[in-house]
Design a protein around this ligand. Structure first.
Ligand SMILES: [Zn+2]
Length: 163
């Protein structure tokens, strides 16, 4: 079982990633999905959505504090503010410049209802892209008790340091 997203996959004895609290098998599926999202070269940059969902879904263990928080910031901006992936990327860069210390967020007590494998099962194209959005929403929902903090912290930083 993946220690981050609780996904159960057949054991393939893959090495776990260096930067994520994830099983090697889970990470392999995300790597395959990344090949798809990066190769789209879409102006919206949907790849960022997948990265943020994966980051926010793999808190704990060796995952860095900033990784989890930035994943949650990305989910918030995309889902509630309508940011494209490209706009989220720019917001991350601005926020990284003005704040360096981030709290450690413990993973939600209950896992999100969707994981990277649900996305990867969907056929490439509009169905997979729609599933990425559903995955983001499911991960955001799993962090319900942190949403207020994420909204207030993100809004304060963006308003104080616009563009
Ligand atoms: Zn996982």
């Amino acid at each position: 079982m993946c220690p981050g997203c609780w996904l159960v996959l057949p054991v393939r004895h893959l090495d776990p990633p260096d930067r994520f609290n994830a099983s090697g098998e889970c990470w392999q599926i995300f790597s395959d999905l990344s090949c798809y999202t990066v190769s789209k070269q879409d102006p919206e940059f949907i790849h960022q959505y997948a990265v943020d969902a994966y980051e926010a879904q793999h808190a704990g263990g060796k995952t860095r504090n900033i990784t989890v928080v930035f994943g949650l910031i990305g989910l918030y901006l995309a889902l509630e503010k309508g940011f494209t992936g490209r706009q989220v990327q720019l917001a991350h860069m601005r926020i990284a410049r003005v704040r360096k210390d981030w709290p450690r967020l413990e993973p939600p007590a209950r896992p999100a209802t969707l994981t990277v494998v649900d996305v990867q099962k969907a056929p490439d194209g509009p169905e997979k892209d729609a599933m990425i959005r559903r995955w983001m929403a499911a991960v955001w929902e799993s962090w319900a008790d942190r949403q207020v903090w994420v909204r207030e912290m993100t809004d304060a930083l963006i308003n104080r340091y616009p563009g």
